[in-house]
Design a protein around this ligand. Sequence first.
Ligand code: NDP
Length: 282
Amino acid sequence: MAQIIDGKAISAQIKDELKEEVSGMRERGIELCLAVIQVGADPASSVYVRNKKKACEYIGIKSLSYELPEETTQEELLGIIRELNGRKDVNGILVQLPLPKGLNEEVILDAIDPLKDVDGFHPVNVGNLSIGRPGFVSCTPAGVIQLLKRSGIEIAGKECVVVGRSNIVGKPMSMLLLRENGTVTTAHSRTKNLQEVTKRADILVAAVGKPRMITADYVKEGAVVIDVGIHRNAENKLCGDVDFESVAPKCSAITPVPGGVGPMTIAMLMKNCVESYSLQNK
Ligand code: NDP
């Protein structure tokens, strides 16, 4: 039977390590602060924002909350970001996505000071990742690397296939696996013979956004399978991009949904917040 990679336990371990680090920083008089901005009242976004604030509280990071009305204008939001960029007491700025219609996500994210961009979405941070300079890395793919490393799975020299090439998951995932010396293939909706490509993988990452699309036919015997997808099925139960039941018996290790990649995203956001201080005070 495959090793079930426990994202809940690994994320809890990371949060405890960060809590200790933050308490050490406090003793040296350093207080960390994350500003979280939500525009509108999308219920899913409200849950994510609440969980981020809870994680801050647990670790000992102050959180500043901006709950802005749906009709907030682009100029108003940009004004708040500029003010937060200039505040010495604010280390991280997070704008919860998606933004309501009428607000241009690209313009808003580009306005965040790259040194405070704890989501790792700013083009400067994306560029830093691709040329191997220090900077913030998108939280979900950074979490996948931690899951692999902390489960004792070697990446160097392995055939890694990432299905998906979005800016927030697929592309940074491929860059990170490459940085860890994997031999990386990025597959997408125009890839021909996808099953042949995915069957080459020693490490297969599914970030495709299609419920249970990756069945046993896509997986090599003994592969490690990481499922980034999150979906709710007809019975309102969570499932991933991987058909866990058919794939698990075939692979050497697999992440479940829920309890795999999901909990890692907030843990890595907290890690970025803690690292922001040293990036800002180099
Ligand atoms: P996107 O929809 O932005 O990207 C999906 C990618 O999959 C695209 O690159 C697309 O290719 C590719 N794709 C779609 N259909 C196929 C197909 N039939 N064959 C091969 N490739 C295909 O999704 P995200 O990257 O934002 O998210 C991926 C999944 O991860 C979603 O389920 C999302 O909910 C989940 N997610 C989970 C997070 C977590 O914390 N665990 C965080 C973020 C996302 P193309 O570029 O050609 O269109």
